[in-house]
Design a protein around this ligand. Structure first.
Ligand code: PLP
Length: 431
């Protein structure tokens, strides 16, 4: 793999940008490589500045359900730009977008657009705290909800711990009300609610945790969250920034049959432009300024370019339900092929899949929570990653992420990936 041009840009990049990147995962540090710099992408393929071509399983970390720059979505954007790029005064397309989201997600009546998933979760929690007049929140170990202070918390070794900041710069005081339980641990949730349920404003959860590989919440776990939050008048927030419009057009509601009180979206609803959204019942959303007292604002929120792309993307997904069936078939094909590989090579590894999210864990299963995930052989994964990138396959540069399939991935791409993965596994294990 040639990388002279990427290296040259990287040398400049580190002078002016911390680590040379605008989001840490892009540095490829965890896999011990230098970052590649991208020139362009189309469909399932991404091309770096050195001219290397890869089948892309990062897909911008989830937003690109239809692959890179699909014609159906990007055409017409020049006309939008020509009319103006931002007004700071309302536009009709914001209303169209809100309506599409609300109609797709039967738990909510209203939605507010923001600019990222981080903003969505941060704002939803503020609203839930104001609505319940309580301060504590409960999150789960291994779930990522963006990088706002109160959510940058992981748990210690116990099943229930008080928040300890994961990052310097987050004051202990800010996370003292962030409680953390083990994912999929029903007893831990019952215990914490028995003791302090009446002080908990909200539970925030990824229904399928997509930031520790792919770990699905069990039906019993999610149902317990629904029941216990009803009992204690706690707001249940589904963070659907990854799962939203991916698992299904009605997201986790369609997939699990469980409705939250609030939801956060991001990624797919922007189709590659910076967008997030949070929504809830009318009663809850009436807390939000200017109707209610909870302040939340955004200079570029509901930006016309982002709304244009997001709306077209959602319309295509809404009007073509076979996209979800096709994606699921492709994901199953990938899952079966990878499973066959590890069996043939006698590797005791685990594959988790939820809809079109697939993860090969370098550890023995079952993998149901963060403790399980940490058993993965990261060194072997890193070797595997390097083998694959040399074969023209770009995975997220960490064991703890999904392979994001798009509908632009063809069966041939997947079959090539399966074969390459076999060779890469073999080489990584000296078999
Ligand atoms: C990506 C992600 C976020 C944060 O979204 P950003 O747009 O990166 O701020 C929040 N929650 C989940 C589940 C995510 O995957």
């Amino acid at each position: 793999m040639k990388n002279e041009k990427s290296l040259k840009i990287y040398e400049e990049a580190v002078k002016y940008i911390p680590g040379g990147v605008n989001s840490p995962v892009r540095a490829f540090k965890s896999v011990g490589l230098d970052p590649i710099f991208i020139d362009r992408a189309h469909g399932s393929r991404i091309y770096d500045v050195d001219g290397n071509e890869y089948i892309d399983y990062i897909c911008s970390w989830g937003p690109l359900m239809l692959g890179h720059s699909p014609k159906e979505i990007v055409q017409g954007i020049e006309e939008v730009v020509a009319k103006g790029t931002s007004y700071g005064v309302p536009t009709e397309i914001e209303v169209d977008m809100a309506k599409i989201i609300v109609e797709a997600y039967p738990a909510i009546d209203q939605v507010r657009m923001v600019n990222s998933g981080t903003e969505a979760t941060m704002s939803a929690l503020r609203v839930a705290r104001a609505y319940t007049n309580r301060n504590k929140i409960l999150k789960f170990e291994g779930c990522y909800h963006g990088h706002s202070d109160a959510l940058l918390v992981k748990s210690g070794s116990g099943t229930i711990t008080y928040g300890v900041p994961t990052s310097p710069g987050v004051p202990d005081d800010v996370v003292k009300d962030t409680l953390v339980c083990r994912y999929n641990d029903l007893d831990a949730v019952r215990e914490i609610f028995k003791n302090q349920g009446h002080e908990i404003a909200a539970i925030i959860v990824e229904t399928v945790a997509g930031n520790m590989g792919v770990v699905s919440g069990t039906q019993e776990f999610l149902q317990l969250l629904r029941d216990i939050t009803k009992e204690y008048n706690t707001v249940l927030i589904f963070d659907e920034v990854i799962t939203g419009f991916r698992l299904n057009y009605s997201s986790s509601i369609g997939y699990f049959g469980i409705k939250p009180d609030m939801v956060c979206f991001g990624k797919i609803i922007g189709a590659g432009l910076p967008v997030g959204a949070y929504g809830g019942t009318k009663e809850i959303m009436s807390m939000v300024s200017p109707v209610g007292p909870v302040y939340q604002a955004g200079t570029l929120s509901g930006n016309p370019l982002a709304m244009y792309m997001g709306k077209k993307n959602l319309e295509i997904l809404r009007d073509n339900p076979q996209i979800y069936l096709e994606l699921e078939e492709k994901a199953k094909r990938l899952e079966a092929g990878l499973r066959n590989n590890i069996e043939k090579l006698g590797l005791n590894y685990t594959i988790n899949r939820a809809g079109s999210l697939v993860c090969l864990f370098f550890a023995k299963g079952p993998i149901n929570n963060y403790d399980d995930v940490t058993k993965c052989d990261v060194d072997k994964f890193n070797k595997y990653f390097k083998e694959l990138i040399n074969k023209g396959i770009l995975l997220a540069p960490t064991q703890f992420e999904a392979m994001f399939l798009s509908n632009a991935h063809k069966n041939e791409d997947i079959d090539y990936t399966i074969n390459a993965s076999y060779e890469a596994l073999k080489a990584a294990h000296n078999l």
